[in-house]
Design a protein around this ligand. Structure first.
Ligand SMILES: Cc1cc2nc3c(=O)[nH]c(=O)nc-3n(C[C@H](O)[C@H](O)[C@H](O)COP(=O)(O)O)c2cc1C
Length: 305
């Protein structure tokens, strides 16, 4: 167990923020087995405009705990407006300092902030009545990351998630965990390691290096990975997740997504194909699945698999 600010983290396994994946319904599937989860990255400007789509991305409830609201932006005025909002449903605010997308870095946000930790400090100071954390990459040159981490710590962040790739590296480049270890040695705040975790064994290795382990891609369409990670941490063994179990999770997702009204049909289909991977004739199944037009059709389709 460790603490982020005054928030107790009872389980060091984290579900990563992921655009078009980690909505409230999806997080509910993972909740039993994860210590922390986040909304996907949301533009602060969109939060301030309170448009309906953004409200869905921000949706949370009392079962969705602890929860981080992940934001992106770099405009101090917008941060000031955000600080005035009632954000008591969220346990912390995580500032995205790692997104490499040009749409984000072009606005001097995401990984661009790693060039200017002073800006991160300014934003954390504005949000001084909240617990603030940051999710970073290794920066633009690896041997800079310890300096960046130290500066972000000094800026007042309560924890640091380190995705062990450079700002300009794609996901095919292997994450380099030794830099997570170096960051951990450098700072006093909790460090959560991220990049290429695919199993309980990987989590176990990550927890030898730092305080928490964050899983992203390996959890897409596969929320039960967290059950198996927990099994591994307790017993040193993990079971294979069957395709029937995955399908069952998708059925649960469909019900939750409908109850909360968090996802539109295209979103459900995009996520659905991830759950259907591994079935016999998966390509054909996927083709048929992608042609579906309504929630009812999707429900009937999965009912027949
Ligand atoms: C589909 C997708 C969406 C993502 N969206 C976000 C996001 O909203 N915020 C963020 O900080 N990182 C985002 N990421 C990056 C992941 O959180 C994570 O840092 C990265 O995938 C490395 O972890 P992994 O090797 O376990 O996938 C996203 C990644 C994927 C694959």
């Amino acid at each position: 167990m460790f603490k982020i600010g005054n928030l107790r983290i009872r389980n060091p396994v984290f579900l990563a923020p992921m655009i078009d994946v980690t909505d409230l319904a999806y997080r509910q599937l993972c909740r039993k087995y994860v210590g922390m989860a986040y909304t996907e990255m949301i533009y602060i400007s969109a939060i301030l405009h309170e448009n309906p789509k953004t409200k869905k991305l921000m949706m949370t409830n009392s079962n969705d705990k602890p929860i981080g609201l992940q934001v992106t932006g770099n405009n101090a005025e917008e941060f000031k407006e955000l600080a005035k909002m009632n954000l008591k449903d969220y346990d912390l605010i995580d500032i995205n300092c790692g997104c490499p997308s040009l749409r984000i870095t072009g606005n001097e946000a995401g990984s661009y902030l790693l060039k200017n930790p002073g800006k991160i400090k300014e934003m954390i100071e504005i949000l001084d009545n909240k617990i603030v954390t940051a999710k970073i990459r290794l920066g633009f040159k690896k041997n800079n990351v310890m300096k960046i981490a130290k500066e972000i710590e000094k800026a007042g962040t309560s924890a640091l998630t380190v995705h062990a790739r450079l700002a300009n590296q794609g996901s095919s480049v292997k994450a380099d965990w030794k830099w997570i270890k170096k960051v951990k040695r450098e700072v006093g705040i909790p460090v959560i390691g991220n990049g290429d975790i695919k199993s309980g064994e990987d989590v176990d290795k990550m927890l030898d290096i730092c305080d928490g382990a964050m899983v992203a891609r390996a959890a897409i369409g596969n929320p039960l990975i967290f059950r198996e990670i927990q099994r591994y941490l307790k017993t040193g063994k993990e079971n294979k997740i069957t395709k029937e179990e995955k399908l069952n999770e998708f059925k649960k997702y469909l019900e939750l997504a409908k109850d909360y009204d968090v996802a539109d049909i295209n979103w459900i289909k995009r996520l659905g194909v991830e759950f259907l991977k591994g079935f016999k004739g998966a390509a054909k199944l996927r083709e048929g699945f992608m042609l579906l037009k309504t929630y009812r059709e999707i429900k009937d389709f999965v009912g027949k698999i």
